[in-house]
Design a protein around this ligand. Sequence first.
Ligand code: MD3
Ligand code: FE
Length: 215
Amino acid sequence: MATEPNIAGLDIAGARFLPGLLSVHEQIELAGEIAAIMAEAPLFRPRMPRNGRPFSVSMTNCGALGWVSDESGYRYQSHHPVTGRCWPALPGRLAALWQRVTGLAALPEACLVNYYDGHARMGLHQDRDEADFRAPVLSLSLGDSALFRIGGTARGGPTRSVTLASGDGLVLEGASRLAFHGIDRIRAGSSRLLPQGGRINLTLRRVTPLPDDGG
Ligand code: MD3
Ligand code: FE
C-alpha cells in the first residue's frame, strides 16, 4: 500500500514538503510584494498571553483576518493592533498559489507574515486558533534558512528537524495539521534575497469553517 505523502523521513501523514516551490524570480517578486505590505502594515512584536513577554519573532499580516497575540490572548482580527487599519489585501499570486498547491477553491482568509532576525526562534506549539482543521495550512519561506522542527500531535513526543530554505513550501493537512512545530534557529547570512537579511515565513490559513462543499 502506498504511504501518505510526508516530509522525507518524517512519519507525519499529511505533511508535504515542497522544496524549491518558488523560483528565484518568484521569490524576488514575492519579497517585493511583502515589503510593500510591511510598509502599509508595519511589523509589530506580539506578546505572550498572561505574562506579556514579547516574542522574538515580529509579525504582520495580509488578507481579511490577521493573527495577533497580547495579554488578552491569541486571536484573529480584521485590523492591525498598532495602526488600527485593516490588513493589506492578500496578493493575487498567493491566492493562485494556494489554489494550485492545496486544490481548494476556498481562498485563505489569513496570511501571517513572520520576520526572524538571526536570533529569533519560535517554540514548539500547535496552530489551533482556527475554526476548521480540515483546511490545510501553506507555509512559504523567504530569505535565510531555518531549522524547523516538527513532532506529533502530543507534546513531548519524538520530533524531526528539516531545513526550510528560501523558496521552499510546506503543506500541513490531515494529522499533521495539529502537529507540534517550531523554529529552533536561523542560519543568518545564508541567503541574500532580503536586503535587510533575516527570514520571512508566510503562513496562509483558512480561519472560518470551510463551505460544506469543501470550497
Ligand atoms: C505544522 N510558523 O506561524 S512555518 C506559525 O517558520 C509557525 O514561521 C513557523 O509555526 C515559521 O504558526 C513554521 C511551518 C508550519 C506552519 C504551520 C503549521 C508548520 C505547521 C501548522 C501545523 C503544523
Ligand atoms: Fe505554527
